[in-house]
Design a protein. Structure first.
Lengths: 434, 440
């Protein structure tokens, strides 16, 4: 059986699934129950400075996007950091850590961008026995208006600065949590590294308005007739998060920087995908908020089974396995030619591939007598749209045209050797292919 | 409750009131909003969708289902009703398993079609419940049309004609409009007064005068109508019934199934309806099934449908026959009646031979205190001038009869399938042709 224990920047946990800093990790009561359910670690709900805590809105703080059968696909929130006093959180963290020494307990922190503030809070956190800290440079609403959260995360210099302070004032590992609300995620990651961060975690939530009330003409969630942008998370954000994780993992400047992958992790498979793209572990929020803590059993059992099937014995054997295969467009092999093939036995004759290709692609699907749909190889550009819209799994597949045979669309023989844009005759910058 | 299913003879109140009420309530309840969204999400929005082709009224099914998905069942209802003004009743009575749902690609995918009928009902019932009539009349054309028969064909024609701006007078011999929707369809398919509610809603278009208690062949003549109106549409259905032609047919225990059903539909308090302990229904169509099932629902202990050919030749669909079987009806095939007596019905076994159906020589007798004849309805009392074809009024693709200025559609005319939905389609199409012919 695969060993799921995880060692992330020296922080040990029974499995690589941590609960992300959010309502599930807001207090001792929740965290104890999460650990009982089997979660490997938690990043405690973000702590603020000593003194009167922040307040939350008292109207609705979540909005959502649903798929078929009201499956929750995306969640949006306008919650702030913890609204409980610092001392209470610290006391509870200490009690929990004492009772669950084999689980990871990370303190998420967000205090103003001044050295004194960080210097003041770090010893208090350290005293709880926490395994590490996570700097919340991502909260996209409310806190950012006060110069914290995403306001820091969007400024690489500030990231570098607070990371440096933290490394200076604590011996705990420092994880910098990044915001996706930026143009190039590599820049804040590089800044964190320059500041001495042990790891980055990403993504925090994405600026969003989930919907508009068409009677009140106000964004949702609506509070007394007004709304504000919230942070988007859940299954809908996974593709964005995966890309950002991969960008950092393959950037030579941060390639060795450990990553905690966050964003839409809902099943073991999502976790495995984050790991292969460079994450050392994953954090989960929305899935737990949607289904409760019990989902951890599916995640650990699923990851373990998959690892057994693949012959992996430990989590670090997975981390980064797909990174070498993430490349730039210009290096993709243009001589790799495929064509869509429709399995007539599986086809249910809905005609969606036809509508999609005929109306919006390359008019490469023919509708024949009796609702029989066939691909015209002389038109198919292998875009994959028909595969994506077909409701039957594996009914349409892309088959490679073997090198040496004719591509009916171009009239050319498919070359055996790789050829990419950097060598292509249409590319004015092409280097002559040898 | 004074009697039980085991009480001998033809008696009322075999079941208690609560059981009877449950038996004659809706066969399927309406989908609620969430169920509808889930069911709607299963539609693939097929290209050139086969379900549209399979619907005799050509409803744009993927469009209306998408409108439900998009949160606007009222828009869906408009899509349905613009093609089929009796969309609500059709959603209840159409044999969808052989029409739209039968052609759904999901049958190939997982043997389970999109629930088109129930989705149609969800959309149209919402509009009916809100009592909103979504259509308005075109400016008056000054032309007038007589519609004879207020069944599905007549109602559909009248509505379309009124919408196009013509002044319509609709005649029916019966006291209530609706045709078989009101007098024939099984009670559990048309529960809670839906037939009259739908007619009332339909008439909100305006421009349709309804005159009940007036019969063509009685107060009205075809020539009289032709003289008084610019066009005439006939949707008189089938008013005759075939005879068994066996000894004992005239015994008091023998009754036409359509009469029985009509009485049942018009009786509010089902506990007053008398039904036999042993009921035998002779026939193989929808009427036989409905008579048999409703006999069981009234509390008859043993009910059998006996059909002279094999099961494949029965015009009732598999779905209907399965429903009958589930309700405890016994279905016997390859047996024809040879005699009815006070004790029961004697049948001869049959087989198909060189000269068609022949008796094997063996017989059996089923005990019966009540016998229903459901061996087909026929055209009756139609105006002499009209040419017939196969026992029905001959019409062309536009619904024109052999007499100029007279159109026909529904069960009384050729080209349909003796279904509510084909009657609606023919009524609508004839109205469009009348409109074109009137040149208004
Ligand atoms: C018991 C039974 C169950 C059925 N179940 C189903 C079902 O589940 N699904 C389905 O799709 N179809 C079913 N049908 C068939 C369906 O009811 C008919 O196909 C449909 O009603 C035909 O409509 P129509 O307008 O042509 O005729 P009808 O509905 O018969 O209407 C004809 C109207 O004309 C009136 N009329 C007749 N003669 C005259 C006259 N001389 N002057 C004035 N008015 C006249 C009648 O009173 C009646 O109102 C069933 C039929 C029966 C008998
Ligand atoms: C209601 C809510 C509150 C959150 N609060 C915090 C927070 O206090 N600190 C933080 O670092 N992230 C916070 N997050 C972000 C989550 O930790 C996580 O990064 C994000 O939701 C993406 O993961 P997911 O798709 O698994 O939910 C919050 C998210 C939600 C939904
Ligand atoms: S791969 Fe693209 S171009 Fe080829 S048949 Fe499918 S949709 Fe058309």
């Amino acid at each position: 059986m695969a060993d799921l224990t995880s060692n992330f920047v020296g922080i040990k946990s029974t499995n690589p699934f941590w609960l992300a800093s959010a309502p599930p990790t807001d207090k001792e009561y929740n965290v104890r129950r999460a650990f009982e359910a089997g979660w490997g670690g938690v990043v405690w709900k973000t702590l603020g400075e000593e003194g009167p805590p922040v307040v939350n809105v008292n109207g609705p703080r979540y909005g959502a996007i649903w798929g078929a059968d009201r499956r929750l696909l995306g969640l949006n929130n306008i919650e702030l950091i913890t609204d409980r006093p610092l001392e209470v959180n610290l006391r509870e963290m200490k009690a929990v850590k004492r009772d669950y020494p084999d689980r990871a307990l990370i303190a998420s922190i967000m205090v103003p961008c001044v050295e004194e503030a960080w210097k003041a809070i770090l010893p208090l956190v350290e005293e709880t026995g926490a395994d590490g800290i996570e700097l919340n440079c991502g909260c996209p609403h409310g806190m950012s208006e006060r110069g914290m959260g995403a306001a820091v995360g969007q400024n690489p210099d500030l990231i570098e600065q607070i990371t440096r302070w933290c490394k200076q004032y604590t011996r705990m590992p420092v994880i910098v949590k990044l915001t996706p609300n930026i143009t190039d995620v590599r820049k804040p990651a590089q800044a964190a590294k320059r500041g001495g961060a042990d790891a980055v975690s990403l993504i925090n939530t994405i600026n969003s308005i989930t919907s508009v009330d068409l009677d009140d003409f106000a964004p949702e969630p609506t509070i007394d007739g007004k709304g504000t942008h919230g942070g988007y998370c859940g299954p809908a954000v996974k593709p964005i998060a995966l890309n950002m994780v991969a960008e950092i993992a393959r950037d030579p400047m941060t390639a060795d920087l450990p990553i905690s992958g966050i964003g839409g992790v809902t099943t073991w498979r999502d976790a495995a995908e984050f790991l292969t793209l460079g994450a050392g572990n994953v954090q989960v929020c929305t899935a737990a908020m949607t289904y409760g803590f019990g989902i951890i059993k599916e995640m650990t059992a699923g990851l373990s089974l998959w690892m057994d099937k693949k012959g992996f014995t430990s989590v670090d054997q997975i981390t980064g396995r797909a990174v070498p295969n993430v490349t730039d467009w210009q290096y993709l092999n243009l001589n790799y030619v495929t064509k869509a093939v429709i399995d007539q036995d599986k086809c249910i004759s809905c005609g969606r591939c036809y509508a999609a290709c005929e109306d919006t692609s390359h008019q490469a699907i023919l509708m024949k007598e009796g609702r029989v749909f066939e691909v015209d190889d002389s038109e198919c550009v292998a875009c994959n749209l028909c595969v994506n819209v077909c409701p039957v799994e594996e009914c349409i597949t892309m088959k490679r045209v073997a090198p040496g045979s004719l591509d009916e669309r171009t009239g050319n023989v498919v070359p055996a050797e790789k050829g990419d844009w950097t060598q292509h005759p249409n590319n004015p910058m092409a280097s002559a292919a040898e | 409750m004074t009697n039980s299913p085991q009480t001998d003879g033809v008696v009322a109140a075999r079941l208690d009131d609560a059981t009877l009420a449950a038996h004659f309530d809706d066969l399927y309840p309406d989908l609620d909003a969430h169920e509808a969204r889930v069911a709607a999400d299963r539609c693939y929005f097929c290209h050139d969708a086969p379900c549209i082709t399979a619907c005799p009224t050509d409803i744009d099914i993927p469009l209306f289902i998408r409108q439900i998905q998009a949160g606007q069942p009222d828009a869906a209802a408009r899509t349905i009703l613009s093609q089929n003004i009796l969309g609500s009743m059709c959603a209840r009575v159409c044999p969808t398993e052989t029409l739209c749902e039968g052609s759904c690609v999901r049958n190939d995918a997982e043997g389970n079609p999109v629930e088109i009928g129930r989705l149609q009902r969800y959309a149209t019932d919402g509009l009916l419940a809100a009592n909103e009539h979504p259509f308005t009349r075109a400016p008056a054309t000054g032309k007038s049309v007589a519609v004879v028969g207020a069944g599905p064909a007549g109602l559909s024609a009248a509505h379309r004609l009124a919408m196009l701006g013509h002044a319509v007078t609709m005649y029916d011999t019966r006291p209530k409009p609706g045709g078989l929707n009101e007098y024939g369809i099984a009670a559990y398919k048309a529960a809670n007064g839906i037939a009259q509610a739908e007619v009332d809603w339909l008439l909100q278009i305006g421009g349709i005068a309804v005159e009940t208690g007036k019969a063509l062949g009685g107060d009205l003549t075809l020539d009289g109508l032709k003289g008084q109106f610019d066009a005439v549409f006939l949707g008189v259905g089938l008013q005759g019934v075939n005879a068994l032609r066996v000894p004992g047919e005239d015994l008091p225990s023998v009754r036409d199934a359509v009469d029985f059903i009509e009485e049942l539909r018009q009786t509010e308090d089902k506990s007053t309806l008398a039904i036999g302990r042993h009921v035998v229904v002779i026939g193989g169509g929808m009427t036989a099934v409905d008579a048999a099932v409703q006999s069981r629902l009234l509390g008859a202990e043993h009910v059998s449908i006996v059909y002279r050919r094999d099961r494949g030749a029965m015009s009732a669909s598999d779905y209907e026959l399965d429903h009958a079987a589930t309700e405890g009806v016994t279905i016997l095939t390859n047996a024809m009646p040879v005699e009815v007596s006070a004790a029961g019905v004697t049948f001869a076994y049959t087989r198909s031979g060189a000269a068609g159906l022949e008796k094997t020589g063996e017989t059996f007798t089923l005990p019966a205190d009540q016998v229903f004849k459901a061996i087909g309805q026929t055209l009756k009392g139609q105006p002499e001038a009209l040419a017939l074809e196969g026992g029905k009024i001959a019409i062309d693709a536009q619904g024109r009869t052999s007499v100029a200025g007279v159109w026909a559609g529904g069960d009384c005319a050729t080209g349909g399938e003796d279904l509510t939905v084909t009657a609606v389609a023919q009524g609508r199409d004839a109205a469009l042709d009348i409109h074109a012919a009137l040149g208004a």
